[in-house]
Design a protein around this ligand. Structure first.
Ligand SMILES: [Zn+2]
Length: 277
């Protein structure tokens, strides 16, 4: 029995200081007698740690349930993990929780997302699987193999949380306001003003030079990017009109956005001023 100190994220609820480790990540070769009197030989690499601290078992990081075993009433050699939960985290990493009390993980199902600290089950009543007595068998799987989980409990290493992908919208709608041009809309949503013909085609716009206030323009999402804020640093000889022309907008619209930088006279802009386009 050894102690793991400085447990930052614990698989046992409420235990963030120390944990008792009855087996480490090590090669083992021993016999034990299970509840039915059967002699069982445990031999091989123990690619996890056994934590004897009893209590509520929780997810060490946000994860997606990719395997769950329920309904194992007690000691058995197969499934060796007894009642168990396997979570997937970011970058394909996983965490494994075995020998849970029968019935304690009935609320866990494949595909479910569990948050860090969320209850997976308990290990307080009766051990299950190939186990000598009440304990949590806790494994961490990174880069294709089970490794020593201890540094993950000490905060030396950490798992990435499971990434929940939010589906992209198929398209978004831009409502035309005064001063908009298709070039500026393409620049804003597609990252390149010269791609405005894609928007023309997508919306069957007859004359690209004529769009009107309140017109709804659909933006195809093939590679929709977040609207970007462009900045332009004023150079000698620039005027608001010349900058506006360059970015497919009007000097009035530029001035409106940059009043607090330019001041009361739109005819005077100074080299070095940073304007929002
Ligand atoms: Zn174990």
């Amino acid at each position: 029995m050894s102690t793991i100190t400085n447990v930052i994220k614990s698989p046992i609820k409420g235990r963030t200081g120390t944990l008792n480790r009855s087996s480490g990540y090590e090669y083992r070769d021993f016999w034990y007698t299970d509840a039915s009197g059967q002699r069982i030989h445990v031999v091989g690499w123990h690619r996890a740690i056994d934590i004897t601290t009893l209590g509520t078992v929780v997810a060490i990081e946000r994860g997606k349930v990719i395997s769950v075993q329920k309904g194992i009433p007690g000691q058995t050699t197969s499934p060796s993990g007894g009642n168990s939960v396997l979570l997937e985290h970011g970058n394909g990493s996983r965490s494994l929780y075995c020998h849970l009390d029968n019935g304690s993980n009935n609320h866990i199902n494949i595909g479910q997302i569990v948050q860090q600290g969320e209850e997976l089950g308990t290990d307080t009543i009766k051990t299950t699987g190939n186990s000598t007595g009440l304990h949590l068998h806790f494994g961490i799987y990174v880069d294709g193999e089970y490794i020593d989980p201890t540094p993950y409990l000490q905060g030396i290493k950490s798992l990435q949380p499971y990434i929940i992908n939010t589906p992209k919208p198929t398209e978004i709608i831009h409502v035309v306001v005064s001063g908009d041009t298709l070039w500026a809309i393409a620049k804003r949503y597609l990252g390149d003003g010269n791609r405005y013909p894609e928007i023309v085609k997508y919306n069957n716009i007859a004359n690209p030079n004529v769009i009107f206030n309140g017109q709804k323009i659909k933006i195809p999402n093939s590679d929709l990017s977040e609207p970007t804020i462009d900045r332009y640093v004023v150079k000698k000889g620039d005027t608001l009109s010349s900058i506006a022309k360059r970015y497919g907008t009007t000097w009035q619209q530029l001035y409106e956005k940059n009043k607090n930088i330019i001041g009361s006279n739109p005819n005077i802009i100074k080299p070095g001023q940073e304007l929002i386009i």
